[in-house]
Design a protein around this ligand. Structure first.
Ligand SMILES: [Zn+2]
Ligand SMILES: [Zn+2]
Length: 305
């Protein structure tokens, strides 16, 4: 029997935010004050992703708290309100560019989005397509865009600002098209409202270094959350099993079959569930939904059919 786990039990768990602004772009607090905000809440790492400006802030890292190099870039769309944004995270905490401009895409629409993603990859950044729901992007606007490693499926800042934080349907469209795209929850914190520590990823990695975190990101060895914890996710012999902190419902989202949901009785909670695959699924991902609506989202398990 072959048991596959998304996580390595011998590794540690690190909580972090991959999307943050400071006074270097349009955030309200200095980088030092933002780091303090996250350290005080028990976060292990943070990426500053300033608009059009690559930073690394090596001097703000300590053995217990890692600041990852990052940047946010954009491309325009010829339709009212719509836009493409992407953040990039760099594995080189010592040598990535610092306080250097990154050109935004010159092209518009889908070609601009592609240029934006390609530009990040060329500069050695792990590219994440950001907040499609906030950007009012339809699947048609990005259906031909390739090469992004992850999509922002929950953006807490957008959730706080105008309730456009969730982009699950864009993610499922990407997955249904056959793309292998991870999902990330972030804050996109600007500190104008309470927009920090509401969306994060939990990374399963051997150590707290930029290269170990990026390696885990590339491999999908992490999950996203706005509250609950996922403690294990395995599959063997056609059965997927998940364990988590107490929640009200556990959803198994699949394609092309319909998946399923397990719901707790009134006044009860769940902390585990399993799902038997029909055999036609191309991927399965799990959502663990707490009583207050906060959710943990696993990455997809892909099945080669
Ligand atoms: Zn953005
Ligand atoms: Zn942003």
């Amino acid at each position: 029997m072959k048991t596959n786990s998304l996580f390595d039990p011998s590794y540690s768990w690190y909580r972090g935010n991959l999307h943050t602004h400071s006074t270097v772009s349009d955030g309200r607090l200095s980088p030092e004050a933002v780091v303090e905000l996250y350290r005080n809440r028990g976060w292990d790492f943070l990426a500053f992703t300033e608009h059009g400006c690559m930073t690394r802030f090596t001097e703000l890292s300590t053995p217990e708290f890692l600041v990852l190099p990052g940047v946010e870039t954009h491309a325009d769309i010829d339709k009212p309100v719509r836009c493409h944004h992407a953040v990039g995270i760099n594995a080189d905490a010592e040598g990535a560019p610092h306080l250097q401009a990154l050109a935004n895409a010159v092209s518009r629409n889908g070609a601009g989005a592609q240029e934006m993603i390609d530009n990040l990859r060329q500069q050695n950044y792990f590219p994440i397509y950001c907040h499609p729901e906030w950007s009012r992007v339809e699947w048609d606007d990005i259906r031909d865009v390739n090469g992004y490693a992850a999509m922002e499926i929950f953006n807490y800042g957008s959730y706080v600002e105008d309730n456009t934080g969730h982009s699950l349907s864009h993610w499922d469209s990407a997955l249904r098209s056959g793309r292998r795209v991870w999902g990330v929850a972030t804050d996109d914190s600007h500190q104008r409202k309470h927009d920090h520590c509401g969306g994060w990823i939990m990374v399963n990695a051997p150590e707290l270094t930029a290269s170990a975190i990026i390696a885990a990101l590339e491999q999908g060895r992490f999950y996203s959350s706005s509250g609950p914890e996922i403690t294990s996710l395995t599959y063997a012999d056609g059965v997927v099993e998940v364990r988590c902190s107490p929640v009200k419902a556990i959803h198994f989202v699949t394609y092309e079959d319909r998946g399923g949901a397990v719901r707790a009785q009134p006044d009860e909670q769940l902390s585990e569930a399993s799902f038997t695959l029909s055999g036609s699924e191309t991927y399965l991902r799990v959502e663990c939904v707490a009583a207050d609506g906060t959710t943990a989202w696993s990455n997809p398990i892909f099945f080669d059919r």
